[in-house]
Design a protein around this ligand. Sequence first.
Ligand SMILES: [Zn+2]
Length: 296
Amino acid sequence: MSTSPTVPVTRGSLADVVALLSGLRLTVLTGAGVSTDSGIPDYRGPDSPPRTPMTFQQFVGDEAFRRHYWARNHVGWRHVHRTVPNAGHRALAAMEQRGVVLGLITQNVDLLHEAAGSRHVIDLHGRYDRVVCLRCHRVVPRTALAERLEALNPGFVERMGQIADVEIAPDADAVVEQTADFRVQACWQPDPDDPSRGCGGILKPDIVYFGENVPRERVERAYAMVDAADALLVAGSSLTVHSGRRFVRHAARSGRPVVVVNRGATRGDVYATLTLDAGTSETLTQLADLLPPLPH
Ligand SMILES: [Zn+2]
């Protein structure tokens, strides 16, 4: 066990990656790059427009901001709801079935790994299909909230649908302008027979925003998943934020090989045994073909 990464960054080929990872059980850390081929833009990718992410403080501190947020989300989340897994998601699910992949830690909230059939997935930054009350911590399905918002704002989605360039964001935002009249739903009582009453608190997508911490229990499970594997494969993340990068540092410091597959350099390259500047859909498909199955 070394205490610091000692292997210099090496730009490798696919053959190098296969040679390094063959026979090893992998934990895979995935980011937005894995979902771009499913039509969800990566706002940190090399070709992305600059964008200021919403912070948790903005969301809880400003009612007008929150109204604008929910109006956009009410339109945008449907796009995520309709996306389907791509070849990269399918390859990871196949590698899990063959014993090569132990599990996934994903920074994506789109649930496309689960849709592709991956079974051991830690949704590090939450999931778009749930909403949480900030006061009573009740969790509500996003579909249930959609019905409430539709009832409060009849025809809103249809009107926004007329706007030509509805922009889809990784957190299910869609950029729309006319949101001033949008009515927001507070924590409510979804079912008259449900004893847990709605408290009127602020509802927030069950997604970790900037300025918020990943729940400790979830972080610990992710560290344990890294420790259970022989190597860490990073796919489609620029490792910009600490919440994901810490697992890469942890793997390197514990002596595990780290491979980073991403378009462009990442902030985790310093910890990598090998980096491969490539798209994830094609690379993961090739790895699924080339890495030998392992007994479960
Ligand atoms: Zn509540």
